[in-house]
Design a protein around this ligand. Structure first.
Ligand code: ATP
Ligand code: MG
Length: 584
C-alpha cells in the first residue's frame, strides 16, 4: 500500500447520494471525470476486470464466442435499422473531419447482424452466439448514482442467431441459465422479472434485478406464486368484464366546483337519488380519471395528445407508461398542449368525445369492458354518471397505467403483490427478426430457399454490477467484496510502533506472511505504510477485502488475528498455520 496508487477519503463526496457511489469514491476505486463518466483506479479496475472475467467464463461455457466491436460507428448503420431516430437525444453524435456523421454506439445489434451477414451464408453455419465486453455510450437524461447510471459504461452484450423460433428459445434459455450462474458467482441477490421489450421490439423479455432500496426499477413479487415482474410489465388482476347493456343510462350531473376526485366524490354523495340508485355511497374508485399526456414518435417534431383513463382512486405512473411506449416519448401535457384542443376542459374531461376530437384514448385494464363510471361531461361544472365502456365510449386500447400498489392482486393466481425496488443488472430478450429484416439477414436453406434469421439480444451491466455488488454488500464502515470479485483476497495489516531506526517485528512478519500467501496463490494487499493502527483498520474496513489479517500484539505469542470483513468475526490463529487456513 505504500506504493499503491490510492488515496482514501474521510469525507463523503458531496455529489454522491447512494452508498455504493459514496463508498467507491471514498475507497479510491473510482473518480468522477464528468457527469456519468468515471475513471477506474487500480483497485476499481481489478474489480471491473474480475466481474468481466466471471461474465466471460459463463458466456464461453454456453458456447458464445467473444469479439470486440468499435464504439465509434458511422451513422448510416443505425439509420438502416431506424434506431438513429429511435434513440433520440440518447445517443452521442459526432462528425469526422469530412463532416460525416458518426455516433458512439449505445448497443450493437446492427453491427453484430451485419457481421454475421458478411461471414455466414448457409443454414449449416447456424446457430451462432457472439458477445463482447465493451464500453457503451448513452447520453442519459439523468446520469446518477455513480456507476449505476453512467453515460459511459461497460456492458457485456451478446446476440444469438438462429434459423427458427425453437432455436431462439434454446439460445434464450441458455442465456438465462448463464445469467443465473453469473449473478450467483458475483454474490448478488437477484430476481428474474418479466419485462417489457422497449426500444427493441420483440417478444419474451426478462430482467435480472438486484433488490436495492436505491434501484431505479420497481418490481412486484407475488406472495403466493413465483410471479415476478417489473412494474412496467406487470399485469394485475382486473375485475370481471360486465355487460354494457345492463348499465343505467348515462346521466349528466351538475357538479360545480369539483375539479378534484375528492370534491367530486363529496358532491356525488349529496345527490341522494343517485346514491340510492347505486345502493351505496360513491368512492374515488367509482370515478374515471382522464389524464392528458402527450407522446412524440422519434424523429417527429410534433407532440400528439394522449388521454389515459384510470380509476379515480389510482395515480398514473408515467414511468410505467413510458416503459411500454418506448421508443415513443411520453410526458405530461401542459396548458399549452391542452390549448390545442379547446374542447378538453381541465377537471371535466370525459372519454365520450375523445374519438370525435381525434384524441387517442387508452384505458388501464382496470377499466374493464362494460364497466360504468362517473366521469367528466366535457363541460365546466358537469360530470356524467354511468358512462359505460363499450356503450358510451370505446378506447383505442388498453395500457397498464396505474401506479402499482402493495396489495394489488396477481393476475395469475390472485395472490397479494408486494413492491420492491431493484437495480437492473441484466436483460435478456427475444428480438425476433427486427434486425434480420432491417439488414436482410438470411441463410440459404437446403433447397436453396432463403431462411430469415431470428435473433436474441442479451445484456449484462458489467460496470453497473460493480456498483450493485457494492450497494448490496457494503456497510457503514465501507465496502465488502465477495471473494469472487474482490481486488485482493487477503489484506495483511501489520500494526505496532516501530522505534525510529529499529526494524519492526510486525512489519517483517507481515511481509513474510504476504509472500507465503502469494506463493500459495492468494492475492494479497499488504499495508506496509508507516501509519497509525486506527487509520489502517479504518482503511481495511473501507477497502473491503474479504479477509483481514492483523499482525499485531499477538505476534509475541506467535499468533495473528484473522478477521472476516463480512461477519466481523475475529479469531487468533497461529502464525504457522495461517497460510494453510487461508488457502483451504
Ligand atoms: P435501463 O432501463 O436501466 O436504462 P436499459 O433497459 O436501457 O437499462 P439495456 O439496453 O437492456 O438497458 O442494457 C443492458 C444492460 O446494460 C442493462 O441491464 C444494465 O445492466 C446496463 N445498463 C444500461 N444502461 C446503463 C447505464 N446508463 N449505466 C450503466 N449500466 C447500464
Ligand atoms: Mg433493459
Amino acid at each position: 500500500m505504500s506504493q499503491l496508487f490510492l488515496r482514501t477519503l474521510r469525507e463523503d463526496p458531496a455529489d454522491a447520494e447512494v452508498p455504493s457511489h459514496r463508498l467507491l469514491v471514498r475507497a479510491g476505486y473510482i473518480r468522477r471525470t464528468a457527469p456519468g463518466i468515471y475513471t477506474w483506479l487500480p483497485l476499481g479496475k481489478r474489480v471491473l476486470d474480475r466481474v468481466g472475467q466471471v461474465v466471460r467464463e459463463e458466456m464461453d461455457r454456453i458456447g458464445a464466442q467473444e469479439v470486440l466491436f468499435p464504439a465509434l460507428i458511422p451513422r448510416e448503420i443505425f439509420e438502416d435499422s431506424g434506431r438513429y431516430a429511435d434513440y433520440g437525444e440518447g445517443i452521442f453524435r459526432l462528425k469526422d473531419r469530412k463532416s460525416i456523421d458518426y455516433l458512439l454506439a449505445p448497443t450493437h445489434e446492427e453491427l453484430f447482424t451485419l457481421l454475421v451477414k458478411g461471414e455466414y451464408a448457409s443454414y449449416r453455419d447456424y446457430p451462432v452466439t457472439l458477445y463482447q465486453i465493451q464500453t457503451k455510450y448513452r447520453d442519459e437524461a439523468r446520469p446518477r448514482a455513480g456507476l449505476l447510471r453512467g453515460r459511459e459504461f461497460v456492458m457485456k452484450d451478446s446476440y444469438s442467431f438462429d434459423l427458427d423460433d425453437d432455436g431462439l428459445q434454446t439460445s434464450y434459455d441458455a442465456h438465462r441459465v448463464a445469467y443465473q450462474r453469473i449473478f450467483e458467482r458475483l454474490g448478488l441477490d437477484f430476481r428474474i422479472a418479466f419485462a417489457v421489450s422497449g426500444a427493441m421490439g420483440g417478444s419474451a423479455s426478462e430482467e435480472f434485478l438486484a433488490p436495492a432500496d436505491n434501484g431505479e426499477d420497481t418490481f412486484v413479487q407475488c406472495a403466493s406464486c413465483d410471479y415476478t415482474a417489473n412494474t412496467e410489465a406487470v399485469e394485475i388482476a382486473a375485475p370481471p368484464k360486465q355487460d354494457p347493456t345492463v348499465q343505467p343510462e348515462q346521466q349528466v350531473l351538475d357538479t360545480p366546483d369539483t375539479p378534484t376526485i375528492e370534491t367530486l366524490v363529496a358532491r356525488l354523495n349529496t345527490l341522494t337519488d343517485l346514491v340510492s340508485g347505486q345502493g351505496r355511497e360513491f368512492t374515488g374508485a367509482d370515478t374515471l380519471k382522464n389524464v392528458v399526456l402527450k407522446t412524440r414518435t422519434p424523429g417527429d417534431a410534433q407532440w400528439q395528445l394522449l388521454v389515459v383513463g384510470v380509476p379515480g382512486d389510482r395515480e398514473v405512473d408515467l414511468k410505467r407508461i413510458g416503459g411500454q411506449l418506448e421508443p415513443v416519448e411520453v410526458a405530461q401535457a401542459d396548458a399549452g398542449d391542452l390549448a390545442q384542443e379547446p374542447r378538453l376542459i381541465r377537471g371535466y374531461i370525459g372519454p365520450q368525445l375523445l374519438a370525435e376530437m381525434g384524441v387517442r384514448y387508452l384505458v388501464d385494464p382496470l377499466v374493464v369492458p362494460g364497466s360504468a363510471w362517473v366521469t367528466g361531461a366535457n363541460e365546466v361544472d358537469k360530470h356524467a354518471a354511468f358512462v359505460t365502456r363499450g356503450r358510451d365510449f370505446e378506447p383505442a386500447g388498453e395500457l397498464g397505467s396505474v401506479e402499482i400498489r402493495d396489495g394489488d392482486r396477481c393476475a395469475r393466481c390472485g395472490g397479494e403483490l408486494t413492491i420492491a425496488r431493484g437495480i437492473e443488472i441484466g436483460h435478456i430478450f427475444q428480438l425476433g427478426r427486427k434486425f434480420a429484416d432491417a439488414f436482410a439477414l438470411d441463410a440459404q436453406g437446403p433447397e436453396g430457399e432463403a431462411i430469415r434469421i431470428t435473433m436474441g439480444s442479451y445484456g449484462v451491466g458489467v460496470s453497473r454490477a460493480v456498483a450493485a455488488i457494492a450497494e448490496q454488500n457494503g456497510d457503514d464502515r465501507g465496502l465488502c467484496w465477495p471473494a469472487s470479485v474482490a481486488p485482493y483476497d487477503v489484506h495483511v495489516v501489520p500494526v505496532g510502533k516501530a522505534k525510529p531506526g529499529e526494524p519492526s517485528e510486525q512489519l517483517d512478519a507481515a511481509v513474510a506472511l504476504a509472500g507465503e500467501l502469494e506463493a500459495a496463490g492468494r492475492r494479497v494487499l499488504l499495508d506496509d505504510r508507516n501509519a497509525s493502527a486506527g487509520g489502517k483498520f479504518a482503511d481495511a474496513d473501507l477497502l473491503g477485502m474479504p479477509t483481514i489479517v492483523v499482525v499485531g500484539k499477538a505476534l509475541a505469542q506467535g499468533e495473528v488475528e484473522v478477521k472476516d470483513r463480512r461477519t466481523g468475526e475475529r479469531r487468533n490463529v497461529a502464525l504457522a498455520s495461517v497460510v494453510a487456513e487461508l488457502t483451504r
